[in-house]
Write a protein that binds this ligand. Structure first.
Ligand SMILES: C[S@@+](CC[C@H](N)C(=O)[O-])C[C@H]1O[C@@H](n2cnc3c(N)ncnc32)[C@H](O)[C@@H]1O
Length: 253
């Protein structure tokens, strides 16, 4: 029943309710901060991405002398990858900002506690993944890199970002370093080292992937064998290209 005398007060109550709700939403947004978007990590990542964007390996003497065919061959080689990445040791070769954000979101949404990364470089992707572990309540991230100077830079960046306690950097060829002492189950994998090795690295980790584990493979178009495997209906994965650079796969069963 509508009582005409009460109409204004109902209207006022509604306005007060809406103002309070807006205040609550605004303050919720203020308190919904993440490790990724707060000090010190947010500033560190801004600086690292700016530096990465300012340096292009394509124009550097390190690879400028190579024909595009030779570069493509090296990108796909299962034997010459060490020399190729040695030429690129001063470059971050990082995932894009979008892929970094995707890594953080995937690791958060699956509640990841155990993550393995192939290809650390300066640790830009590692920082995103470790931030998700921190916000999930902790965990273990094993990452692998064979260039000693990159390992040192990665360690510095992880210390500056306040995340070094969550990360174990294994120095050496991942074909060896990811062969031993892995977590019982793995929640998420990032493949971002030598593209030709994606199938071999997946084989090292596969038996430990939990059902529903995500595998993010950057620039997997350089690894046709890998794509064929994760896209095969009998392969035990659900898989789709995602954005410009990523093949996103999920372990089934
Ligand atoms: C594309 S970069 C990784 C970028 C890094 N994920 C990021 O987003 O910041 C690839 C790195 O993997 C390293 N790498 C390539 N093959 C490797 C292997 N077999 N074992 C260990 N490290 C490897 C290279 O030295 C290089 O630093």
């Amino acid at each position: 029943m509508v009582v005409p005398g009460n109409a204004n007060s109902k209207h006022d109550e509604l306005i007060v309710f809406l103002i309070r709700r807006k205040d609550a939403l605004t303050s919720d947004r203020r308190v919904c901060m993440t490790t990724l978007t707060t000090t010190p990590l947010a500033q560190l990542l801004d600086r690292l991405f700016e530096e990465a964007e300012a340096t292009s390996p394509a124009t550097s003497p390190a690879v400028a002398g190579l024909s595009s065919e030779e570069q493509a061959r090296l990108m796909r080689s299962k034997t010459d990858y060490r020399a190729f990445y040695g030429r690129l040791k001063d470059f971050p070769l990082a995932v894009s900002r979008e892929t970094g954000t995707l890594l953080y979101m995937l690791a958060r949404s699956c509640g990841a506690r155990t993550i393995v990364e192939f290809g650390t470089s300066f640790a830009i992707s590692t920082l995103h993944l470790a931030a998700a572990l921190r916000d999930n309540g902790g965990g273990r991230l094993i990452t692998s890199e064979f260039e000693p100077s990159k390992v040192a830079r990665a360690r510095d960046n992880l210390a500056t970002g306040g995340l070094i306690d969550l990360v174990e950097i294994r120095e050496g060829d991942a074909l060896q370093t990811l062969r031993v002492d892995l977590p019982e189950t793995i929640d998420l994998v990032l493949l971002d080292g030598a593209k030709a090795l994606y199938p071999e690295i997946l084989s090292l980790l596969e038996s430990r992937l939990r059902s529903g584990a995500f595998i993010v493979a950057d620039n997997a178009d350089h690894s046709p064998d890998y794509l064929a495997r994760v896209r095969s209906p009998a392969g035990g994965y659900m898989s789709t290209p995602f954005g410009e650079d990523v093949e996103l796969s999920m372990r089934i069963g």
